[in-house]
Design a protein around this ligand. Sequence first.
Ligand code: ZN
Ligand code: ZN
Length: 247
Amino acid sequence: MRESYGISPSIEHYACLIDMLGRAGKFSEVECLIEDMELTPNVLIWENVLGACRIHGNVELGEKAAEKLFEMDPETDSNSVLLANLYAAKGRWDDASRVRASMSSKGVKKEPGCSWVEVDAQVHVFLSKDASHPRLSDIHQKLEELGDAVTEAGYESDAKHTLHNISGKERVDNLLRHSERLALGLALINKGSAAGKIRIFKNLRICGDCHECIKVVSGTMDREIIVRDRNRFHHFHHGVCSCKDYW
Ligand SMILES: [Zn+2]
Ligand SMILES: [Zn+2]
């Protein structure tokens, strides 16, 4: 950049590069780059490091990144959630609950996940494990049918996306009750929108397991499903997502 274009890399350039290297699991290169950069690593840099550590289960570097973030940005709940997720994925339940306990003692609250979908010109809102919707039993039935169909199509529920130390069956049930899945269930049982696009919105990042499941649904049911989460639009069609699993 410097030699060919006369541009000095800004912190955003470094953050992108670190994000790419981190997602590719090249952690020694990430660490060298952070050591060598002329700018002081900011929140963006450490968030990318922590996110990559969560993907690849790198606890050691993840803890370091989380510590930096807790100092720089103590108010943000998502960093604690990522660290707790990282521990949980490694089966380190005591550490995961320690992080959650420290969140509640500091008064940091995890923003509850919530999804909404428009059906018949009406917006329906779901929380995780929501039990308030009048068509809940139909929705659950649909999701169970769907579960069988997508399993046949090769989808395997990935229980590492659940945060709690519970048995395998319960974990899978928990995933089925995620707000984005309830919203999808409602859209699918609605006859009025039998062929149209399904548009779901979520206030947080879509979880990896729901992303995988919706991809498969878009293929097996031949539906276009668009999920707008906190970070981006995911356009699912023919069994793939426009983000190419990069988000
Ligand atoms: Zn989910
Ligand atoms: Zn996607």
